[in-house]
Design a binder for this molecule. Structure first.
Ligand code: DWN
Length: 411
């Protein structure tokens, strides 16, 4: 299929220019059962393109959302203290700034296990979570966060409006990168939002992905890679305006928070970000042209580093059975000959194998039991939080390796 037959998910144009191919990879969160037939493991093309019309960066392949987010989706947001702290700060600030109270309604799209909305519930503010992953929705309801286990879009928004619901705040964190029906979700947001409501969207920033070589954050769940200009184009199409932008450089490798509403105004930060994207060339294909070369350098240098350590008889494990970790081990060919096992705090992942490379996933205590010489930080975005936990491992002479932006052993 030529790209001229593929429509941009944001503006529908057909001027998509591919700039990076990561080959065919397994689904990043499709952890493998130890007794599974590995030959049946599905792999899909992972190619990234830029839309010349609206600047949206996106992958070309589309894998069924049900397959990725409903059938045995194991990502629970509550396994990161940093994310919990960030979310609480976000909630408390919105409660204050928007003067939310018992007659308000906060809706979160992709609310996972209620990790964020629970802060509004504790403040006595009515909430509604929407998340198609059944286990996460069940966990949220069990913790008192009213959650509907469905995908969000105009169909669900129309039902909610017909039921007399309009949202004062709509939060959509780490979901506007995941939705094939991007315009249907934004149209649903516009339908459900109160006339004077606000929308808070967070996603990793495509500029950080390119500038810091974070190619491992590319996987099939992440259909889209947003910039301020792509978010603005999307919002404007549905009667909403980009009002403000906030930067969280240490969250998920660099995250922006975009604030939208029906009012057409821009903060100095929003104006500065948009102008910087034009000045830097982020809104042109040129910015992405040499990214493939940067990725190849990282892949080569990481393999060289690990192979060298193994040649010296060193043992290597990894920390974080993260989706980004699956991209990294598969795109760099890090099999069990190089990386023996992976540890992760998420108990739902224990006993399973990494997609494609099949390292066993164990609890973090395995680092002290097995004492690998080196641990590759697949969840490098939580480096500080993880290193702080693993002082005993480090005290015993263990060392961490970060893979991006430059593969290196942490001193
Ligand atoms: O967009 C998405 C991001 C936000 O989260 C989802 N599509 C999927 C997921 O991507 P990811 O799996 O790469 O995200 P994380 O949160 O970087 O994954 C971290 C992994 O590390 C999780 O499996 C939890 C684990 N972890 C741990 O074992 N100990 C995390 C922390 C902070 C820890 O201390």
């Amino acid at each position: 299929m030529t790209t001229s037959e593929i429509e941009c998910r944001n503006c529908g144009d057909r001027r998509l220019i591919p700039f990076l191919s990561l080959g065919k990879t397994p689904l990043a969160d499709a952890l493998v059962a130890p007794d599974a037939d590995f030959d049946l493991e599905e792999r899909f093309p992972l190619d990234v393109a830029f839309c010349e019309s609206c600047t949206q960066v996106q992958i070309l392949e589309e894998v069924s959302a049900e397959k990725m987010f409903v059938d045995n989706y194991l990502y629970f947001s509550s396994f990161s203290d940093d994310v919990a702290r960030h979310s609480r700060e976000n909630a408390l600030r919105l409660i204050g700034e928007r003067r939310l109270g018992a007659d308000s309604l906060v809706v979160e799209i992709a609310s996972n296990d209620g990790y964020l909305l629970k802060n509004f519930v504790e403040a006595g503010i009515p909430v509604l979570g929407v998340d198609p992953a059944p286990d996460q929705a069940r966990t949220a309801n069990e913790r008192g966060v009213t959650t509907i286990a469905r995908f969000f879009g105009t169909e669900l928004a129309a039902e909610l409006v017909a039921d007399g619901k309009r949202a004062d705040v709509i939060i959509a964190n780490n979901v506007m990168a995941h939705v094939p029906g991007l315009n249907d979700v934004m149209a649903g947001i516009a339908m459900l939002l109160h006339d004077d409501g606000i929308v808070s969207i967070e996603n990793p920033y495509v500029r950080d992905l390119v500038d810091h070589g974070e190619f491992d954050t590319i996987y099939h769940e992440h259909l889209l890679y947003h910039s301020c200009s792509s978010i603005q184009a999307l919002a404007n199409r549905h009667g909403l305006f980009l009002n403000h932008v906030e930067n969280f450089p240490k969250l998920h490798g660099g995250t922006l928070r975009w604030m939208l509403s029906r009012e057409d105004w821009k903060s100095a930060a929003a104006t500065a970000f948009l102008e910087s994207e034009v000045a830097s060339g982020l809104s042109t294909i040129g910015y992405y042209r040499d990214f493939a070369e940067k990725v190849e350098t990282i892949r080569r240098d990481l393999r060289t580093l690990l192979e060298g350590l193994r040649a010296e008889g060193r043992t290597i494990a990894a920390y974080g059975a993260a989706a980004k970790g699956a991209t990294l081990v598969n795109c760099c060919g890090l099999g069990t000959d190089l990386v023996e096992f992976v540890v992760d705090r998420n108990v739902h992942k224990h006993g399973k194998l990494m997609p494609g490379t099949h390292q066993p996933i164990l609890g973090p205590e395995a680092l002290l039991e097995r004492r690998p010489d080196y641990v590759l930080l697949l969840a490098w975005n939580f480096k500080d939080e993880i290193v702080a936990q693993q002082r005993e491992y480090l005290a015993g002479g263990g060392r961490f390796i970060v893979p991006v932006p430059t593969p290196e052993v942490l001193s």
